[in-house]
Design a protein around this ligand. Structure first.
Ligand code: HEC
Length: 347
């Protein structure tokens, strides 16, 4: 019998022992892990640290370019479309960086929103982000509901009255502006997408109602396995990403050319974003003594966006825990019931 045959027989024999199947699966996964990780991990994570290596690689690439297409400069200056195409290819070759991970009060099975943080986050949204980003699904009255920032109804009425919303038509058939009521939704900063693009150098700020949950990223091989387990899944991708994005603005590296109105941020897919850095230290005044720094603003506004996207997170987690606790008790009861019923049956 050849060596190969012997090994395959051994393998088959061991597969028959059921205990070995999980071991085999684990071994396969471990073998696959490096390939997987390479696919998932953006090559740029160490970009900043590894400048020299980056630069060392750059010239040779350029030489190669030159050899293939002798007048790259001319091509860039003469023909605009090819140059942007080239840029896009260059940019997409540099993957975005993976967001950092932050601690959130609402993470995990026992997670709860921090009311003070939500109030601060709302202030940041109102004073900074709301000049560009709408938040169409949020009504003023939501701000006083349990599980959110829990402003008092009086505060919400006063807040709503400070906004104007379009209403109508009236008896004369005309649309008119009136002060908002708690039942109204937040009026958007721009009448429509075209108006926003016209005002913001062609960029369109996305609506913030569900943005914190709509943005995510892959955590890579071993960690995503945890995401399928109830109670262990990581649900804070979006907020991690938003904070990283806010803090991640950098000077454009010399080898990258960005069109006007674009900024360099390694956390944005493509590493360029049409949003000027919105936060700076001290732009919003907090009256609860929290630090007035970019870091704090970014975390607060992200927490607020998470609440807007998932206002019932607290009750969802509370009910989930209750259900699990009930099921555990119920399993115990069923087990003892079964023993009691079957004790007298000979088998
Ligand atoms: C001057 C207007 C302006 C302000 C102020 C502003 N943004 Fe933006 N924002 C934009 C534009 C424009 C885009 C779209 C950028 C793009 O698609 O390249 C954007 C995109 C975003 C994105 C989405 C990135 C993605 O993954 O698509 C997030 C998150 C964001 N902004 C958060 C904020 C937060 C938080 C604030 C307040 C602290 C804020 N923005 C203030 C204009 C603004």
């Amino acid at each position: 019998m050849s060596e190969a045959q012997r090994i395959s027989r051994l393998l088959i024999a061991s597969m028959k022992r059921r205990a070995l199947i999980p071991v085999a699966i684990a071994a396969t996964m471990l073998l696959l892990a490096p390939a997987w990780a390479q696919e998932e991990t953006p090559p740029s994570v160490t970009d900043q640290g590894a400048e020299p290596a980056d630069k060392a690689a750059e010239p040779s690439a350029k030489e190669g370019d030159n050899a293939a297409a002798p007048p790259p400069k001319e091509a860039e200056t003469l023909a605009a479309p090819p140059s942007t195409e080239k840029e896009t290819a260059h940019e997409s070759a540099r993957h975005e960086q993976k967001p950092k991970r932050f601690d959130w009060s609402f993470a995990g099975a026992f997670g709860r929103y921090d009311k003070a943080q939500l109030r601060r986050g709302f202030k940041v949204y109102k004073e900074v982000c709301s000049s560009c980003h709408s938040i169409k699904m949020l009504a003023f009255r939501n701000l006083s509901q349990p599980g959110g920032p829990e402003f008092s109804e009086k505060e919400v009425e006063a807040l709503a009255a400070s906004y104007k919303v379009k209403d109508g038509p009236n008896q004369a058939g005309e649309y008119f502006d009136r002060p908002a009521r708690p039942s109204d939704r937040f009026p958007p900063p721009f009448a429509n997408e075209q108006a926003a693009r016209a005002a913001l150098a062609g960029n369109y700020p996305p609506d913030m109602s569900v943005l914190a949950k709509a943005r995510g990223y892959s955590r890579g091989f071993p960690l995503f396995l945890f995401d399928v387990l109830p109670g262990f899944s990581y649900q804070e991708h979006g907020v991690d990403y938003i904070v990283s994005l806010m803090e991640g603005y950098e000077d454009t590296p010399p080898d990258v050319k960005l069109p006007d109105g674009q900024f360099y941020d390694p956390y944005m897919p493509g590493r360029r974003i049409g949003m000027p850095p919105p936060l700076s230290d001290g732009v919003v005044t907090y009256d609860d003594g929290a630090p007035q720094t970019i870091d704090q603003y970014a975390k607060d506004v992200s927490a607020f966006m998470m609440w807007v996207a998932e206002p019932h997170l607290e009750s969802r987690k509370r009910v989930g825990l209750g259900v699990i606790a009930f099921l555990l008790v119920f399993v115990g009861l069923l087990y003892y019931t079964k023993r009691k019923i079957w004790t007298d049956v000979p088998h």
